[in-house]
Design a protein around this ligand. Structure first.
Ligand SMILES: Cc1ncc(C[n+]2csc(CCOP(=O)(O)OP(=O)(O)O)c2C)c(N)n1
Ligand SMILES: [Mg+2]
Length: 334
């Protein structure tokens, strides 16, 4: 009985069996690319990694609720699950990690995690955190002025929700009822600073009322819950009812980046405890309980993904660097 109720969760959301398997596949692909990047970093082959691990459900669940043909995403550095859903490939991401000329994000000029790909409506971000928020608001305004039916989706960490850019962007979107979805990926830390030292209010979503929009806090380890709330926000936005603030609660399973040692500020027990709710694992369990994911299919999906990751790694490692003469390209008008 319990299984039957559970089995209906994605049906009730209008998600087909194929769609939820695609969600799982995208989450697992993000995880496996990320894991490979850590190995490459520790082997001295790539300079830097900033991980999505622990946040794949929030990223993929949300992105599946958007229209990949119409909407714009303004991801932050952990959003591998968002950019993969919007059409970036494992090869593209590896080219960025190896800083090669063919990297679609910046031609190997930016640090990894600075996503941007025009053809897939992934808007280039900047290193100062939260600058993408006012950009998302501006694009939503431009879309309205042009009579386009689009929603913008912007993400940021909970630490970043303390930056002025968030408050200014949220206020403007609220006043003008712009179709913006603000999604805060609360992973409980801003580098070494725990959530208790970041916010005086209980939830980031509590701030929504100040900007005249609804605010929701959801389980960021559950892609279906995130899908549901983002889907509703998309519909509100398209109806002209304005923005929504969504906070997804998860846990950063890795150190802040490959240059951080998190043993300095959090216990191993805490990390091990969080791993029990690892979204890739728990969503896999859901799919097994519903009978969609068999051991055989799981192995096949994992094998396919590992082949994609291996090929992407080999390709990017062998790809050429940018020509030194091109260093000023995209810097000055030509
Ligand atoms: C304006 C600005 N201040 C500081 C930094 C350095 N910095 C980079 S990431 C980060 C932590 C952000 O934490 P959070 O928003 O919670 O995102 P998370 O890394 O946890 O996903 C900081 C302080 C920066 N990039 N930009
Ligand atoms: Mg954080």
């Amino acid at each position: 009985m319990a299984e039957n109720i559970k089995a209906k969760r994605h049906d009730e959301l209008g998600l087909s069996d194929e769609k939820v398997l695609e969600m799982y596949r995208t989450m697992l692909l993000a995880r496996k690319i990320d894991e490979r990047m850590w190995l490459l970093n520790r082997a001295g082959k790539i300079p830097f990694v900033i991980s999505c691990q622990g946040q794949e459900a929030a990223q993929v669940g949300a992105s599946f609720a958007l229209d990949r043909e119409k909407d714009y995403v303004l991801p932050y550095y952990r959003d591998m699950g968002v950019v993969l859903t919007f059409g970036m490939t494992a090869k593209d991401l590896m080219l960025s990690a190896f800083a090669k000329a063919e990297d679609p994000n910046s031609g190997g000029r930016q640090m990894p995690g600075h996503f941007g790909q025009k053809k897939n409506r992934i808007v280039t971000g900047s290193s100062p955190v939260t600058t993408q928020v006012p950009h998302a608001v501006g694009i939503a305004l431009a879309g309205r002025m042009d009579g386009q039916d689009l929603v913008t989706f912007v993400t940021f960490g909970e630490g970043s929700s303390n930056q002025g850019d968030f408050h200014e962007g949220a206020n403007f979107a609220g006043v003008h009822k712009l179709p913006v979805i603000f999604m805060c990926e609360n992973n409980k830390y801003a580098i070494s600073v725990p959530i208790e030292k970041q916010l005086a209010c209980k939830n980031v979503s509590d701030r929504a009322i100040g900007y005249g929009m609804p605010g929701y806090t959801v389980d960021g380890n559950d892609p279906l819950e995130v899908y549901k709330v983002v889907k509703e926000a998309v519909e509100r936005g398209r109806r002209g009812e304005g923005p929504t603030l969504i906070e997804t609660i998860s846990y950063r399973l890795t150190a802040h980046s490959s240059d951080d040692d998190d043993r300095a500020y959090r216990s191993r027990e805490e990390v091990e405890e969080a791993k029990k709710k690892d979204p890739v694992y728990t969503f896999g369990l859901y799919l097994k309980e519903t009978g969609l994911l068999t051991d055989e299919l799981e192995k096949q999906i994992t094998d396919d993904i590992m082949q994609i990751v291996n090929e992407a790694t080999d390709y990017a490692e062998k790809a050429p660097y940018a020509e030194p003469e091109s260093a000023l390209k995209h810097v000055y008008a030509e």
